[in-house]
Write a protein of this length. Structure first.
Length: 147
């Protein structure tokens, strides 16, 4: 269905009643090929839904590194925050260390905190993701050393 809509040049920016676009749905459902098609068709990687969540945040929450890479290549704003102040890095902190490293490499602010004070490090530690917490801690030390 989506392929037919893309072929008919349908708007890739249409959103549902919650503000979710096809790109956001594809990202949260781990549809790598569909994300690629939508990005090529010009989908806005920084569109936020009614709660402020973006496709990058959804991919980070879902632990899909391929989609995270696709969205970063499409110039997704790595530091965009949702209504609660969560960024893709905070979303990813309770998951895959490789995704956390990708987001840091793309310029994610490791010290940023959400409205409730949650940081990526605090979330990783609170959820028992020690490898992610260690990765973030090492990055913070490195940045202090480099000044």
């Amino acid at each position: 269905m989506a392929d037919r809509l893309l072929a008919a040049k349908a708007s890739v920016e249409h959103s549902d009643n919650k503000g979710k676009t096809a790109l956001m749905r594809a990202a949260e459902n781990r549809r790598v090929e569909m994300v690629e098609r939508l990005v090529k068709a010009g989908a806005n990687a920084n569109h936020a839904d009614s709660r402020g969540k973006t496709a990058l945040m959804r991919a980070a929450l879902g632990g899909d590194g391929t989609i995270v890479d696709q969205l970063l290549d499409a110039r997704a704003n790595v530091n965009q925050a949702d209504a609660n102040g969560w960024t893709a890095l905070i979303c990813a902190a309770a998951g895959d260390a490789a995704i956390v490293k990708r987001l840091i490499g793309a310029g994610a602010d490791i010290k940023r905190s959400a409205k409730d004070g949650t940081t990526a490090f605090k979330r990783a530690a609170a959820t028992g993701h020690t490898v992610v917490a260690e990765t973030l801690e090492a990055e913070m030390r490195l940045r202090v050393e480099l000044g």
